[in-house]
Ligand binder design. Structure first.
Ligand code: FAD
Length: 429
């Protein structure tokens, strides 16, 4: 039986380990931290007595690889699926603008949904629709030199449309200012979401805390197939001889009994762990932060599961009923502010948008994820490394490798599956 070592226990590592153990490999996974999940995990918060996520994660119907992974590990029922796309946008003073697709055949349902978007004027809706009608004919290559902002301006998407729709969608999906992100990636995402049928545009949420939603099922799946998972054991060094890894040094031991290695750690960690590895010229990702504020209220009057806020520094409010999670993407500047300053900002916005005053807030917790996602600039996207490396028994995975997708769960899962498949193909398992 061939043995494969997987380094890192986020979505990419768990996916690679699950696919390999399912194909009869002996798998051993090393995770440096005390928990699995990487940048997508949950934990018990002593102060509030609740399980909370490090940050709200949403998936979409177009997350094909992710949904297959959930099916493989028997965790499909841990997700909440929308039947049809529905997003509640919110303007100041609890001005709710529910937006949904209609129960009509695709794409008529989507077109009507867009035409009914009451956050913008009728003439702006027509400009908006025109953009969507052109989308199937847009080639991503033609957008290579444009930012999302440039593209929207070129297509007459004025400030109202940008603020009421595009910025919420683009900043949510890419976690970066639309002036910094490549239009070609955004076009690709829009096509995946809006041009692939009814289900693709629907939103999928974790039913439980993230760890319970997928980490526990992945662990069961891997362990039932004799896989080993080591927590609190980081890989420190890989010894390479004649283009093969011959020894792995962890924080606890040295290992030589393996055939293949998949590294799923983020780029900055991979550079430290395998300094010998060469990356395409110009590949040096910059990162963007996400700030999550969990808020417990005396009484929660919000009814919907989530809201997209128009013209607010808070992009989304997720309603977990026992508490709210406020999400601020593209938050590099805000993460430098103090807890008190952040609380002032979010309490002002809660008052303004949903009428919740400061004295209704029982408790709050701020989580700053400084390197939440890499910034999908043109330079980075055109230089992403492939999974195969010059070291013959080493494969790379992680949301940053060349999956064609931005820094998302779907990219991480796809990368794990690509790396596992390379090994399965080589060995003919
Ligand atoms: C707050 C937040 C919100 C997000 N929201 C969304 C969303 O709504 N939708 C979406 O699709 N994506 C979202 N993302 C992005 C998504 O979480 C990531 O793209 C994905 O989790 C990356 O998975 P990964 O396995 O590639 O990397 P990671 O999750 O970073 O996993 C890498 C693992 O490697 C471990 N490691 C590092 N060095 C070593 C070493 N030397 N030895 C052993 N282990 C090591 C790390 O501890 C970590 O567990 C969000 C991210 C954040 C932070």
């Amino acid at each position: 039986m061939k043995k494969c070592v997987v380094i890192g226990g986020g979505f990419a590592g768990l996916t690679a380990a699950a696919y390999l153990s399912n194909s009869g490999f002996q798998v051993e996974l090393f995770e440096a931290s005390p928990k699995l999940g990487g940048r997508a995990y949950s934990f018990y918060d002593n102060e509030s007595g609740s399980i909370i996520d490090n940050g709200q994660h949403i998936m979409m119907g177009c997350y094909k690889e992710t949904l297959e992974f959930f099916k493989l590990i028997d965790a499909e029922n841990n997700l909440l699926y929308q039947k049809r796309l529905r997003v509640n946008f919110l303007k100041e003073n609890f001005n709710l603008i529910p937006t949904k697709t209609f129960p009509l055949p695709y794409p008529l349902n989507l077109i009507l949904g867009l035409l009914n978007y009451k956050a913008i004027s009728i003439s702006d809706r027509l400009l908006f629709l025109k953009f969507f009608l052109k989308l199937p004919f847009v080639s991503s290559n033609s957008l290579n030199d444009l930012s999302v902002f440039d593209w929207l301006i070129k297509e007459n998407q004025n400030e109202n449309i940008r603020k009421a729709f595009w910025e919420i969608l683009a900043v949510g999906a890419l976690n970066t200012n639309i002036k910094k992100t490549s239009a070609s990636t955004f076009a690709l995402i829009l096509k995946e979401i809006f041009l692939k049928g009814n289900k693709s545009a629907t939103i999928i949420l974790p039913k439980f805390g993230l760890s319970e939603t997928y980490c526990n099922s992945a662990v069961d799946f891997i362990q039932k197939r004799d896989g080993k998972i080591n927590l609190l054991e980081s890989v420190e060094n890989l010894q390479i001889n004649e283009k093969r890894i011959i020894e792995i040094e962890t924080s606890k031991r040295k290992i030589t009994d393996f055939d293949f290695v998949i590294s799923t750690v983020p780029f900055y960690a991979a550079k430290k762990m395998i300094p010998q590895l060469k990356y395409p010229n110009g590949f040096e990702p910059q990162y963007s932060s996400i700030l999550s504020v969990h808020v417990w209220l005396k009484e929660n009057k919000l009814k919907e599961d989530f809201y997209g806020l128009i013209n607010s520094p808070i992009h989304w409010i997720f309603n977990h009923h026992d508490h709210l999670t406020l999400v601020i993407s593209d938050a590099n500047e805000l993460t430098e502010k103090s807890k008190e300053e952040i609380f002032e900002l979010i309490s002002d916005q809660l008052k303004l948008f949903v009428g919740i005053s400061k004295d209704e807030i029982l408790n709050y917790k701020i989580i700053k994820e400084k390197r939440a996602t890499f910034i999908p600039s043109k330079e980075i996207l055109s230089n992403r490394p492939d999974s195969k490396t010059e070291i013959t028994n080493l494969f790379l995975a992680g949301d940053w490798i060349n999956t064609g997708l931005p820094s998302t769960i779907e990219s991480a899962v796809k990368s794990g599956s690509i790396a596992a498949n390379h090994i399965i193909e080589i060995t003919g398992n």
